[in-house]
Write a protein that binds this ligand. Sequence first.
Ligand SMILES: NC(=O)C1=CN([C@@H]2O[C@H](COP(=O)(O)OP(=O)(O)OC[C@H]3O[C@@H](n4cnc5c(N)ncnc54)[C@H](O)[C@@H]3O)[C@@H](O)[C@H]2O)C=CC1
Ligand SMILES: O=C(O)[C@@H]1CCC=N1
Length: 266
Amino acid sequence: MTETLPPLLLIGCGKMGGAMLTGWRERGLGETIVVDPFANGPIPRATLLRDPAEIPRDFAPAAVILATKPQEAPATLPAYARFAGGAVFVSIMAGKTVGFMQGLLGAGAAVVRAMPNTPAAVRQGFTVAFAGPGVTAAQRSLADTLLAATGEVDWVEQEGLLDPVTAVSGGGPAYVFLLAELLEAAAVEQGIPPDLARRMSRATVAGSGALLAASAEDAAQLRKNVTSPKGTTERALAVLMAESAWPQAISQAIAAATARSRELAG
Ligand SMILES: NC(=O)C1=CN([C@@H]2O[C@H](COP(=O)(O)OP(=O)(O)OC[C@H]3O[C@@H](n4cnc5c(N)ncnc54)[C@H](O)[C@@H]3O)[C@@H](O)[C@H]2O)C=CC1
Ligand SMILES: O=C(O)[C@@H]1CCC=N1
């Protein structure tokens, strides 16, 4: 995997676009242009432009990665329609459908819709992707290479699955970080000094994630391994696992995020 990547055009270099660019840099960037009116420059091994009008006429990207906010799409995308002839568009924008993007880029535009997550910044991301009509095998393979530079990739054949994917793995890191926040606050409430509470909570979430990643056991079994009969964890889980507690809260949260992803489509 040392071959240099083909010419790339990244639109939007914020938290997610920047994380993906880091992965590509480690993978071996070829000629790369980033368009972002507000990003801090310079960007190592890429050319940062503030306006698509500054892109050299002879620049021919193999992929155009769309990483601005979904709400920016109608104003942003039409300026890139001229690349539809040769490039595959890889969108990571929540909610925005392939059909919506083709409406802005041209009906024949080859569009991959993907949903990564922020652990991409440490190459521990998980991305689910969908290839729209007209995406060639070579374009899908290039999209896979780009997305795999930041972690694991899976492909689905039904675009609608991207909405619950967005809710679960796209936003999932936020729920895990919330758990770390809440553990820290509860530790302080029980009298643990704030610095120790912070370090304990972070290490517990990170260590559990590492154990989960390294283990072949189900999450349920790893949970049971912690839970001694008549012990302390059992008491905590009786609170958390009550039907009206986490089972219902998580289910409602994922349903709400899925619905929001569908709302963002239009
Ligand atoms: N943050 C996350 O966890 C995830 C975000 N996404 C998607 O990634 C996209 C970007 O999200 P974030 O990186 O979190 O947001 P962000 O706000 O950090 O990045 C957006 C970037 O777009 C730039 N931008 C604004 N207008 C622009 C324009 N006209 N042309 C080019 N660049 C422009 C901004 O300057 C900013 O750097 C969103 O569509 C979001 O749905 C997808 C998966 C996870
Ligand atoms: O909150 C959002 O809309 C984006 C998509 C998934 C994570 N962040």
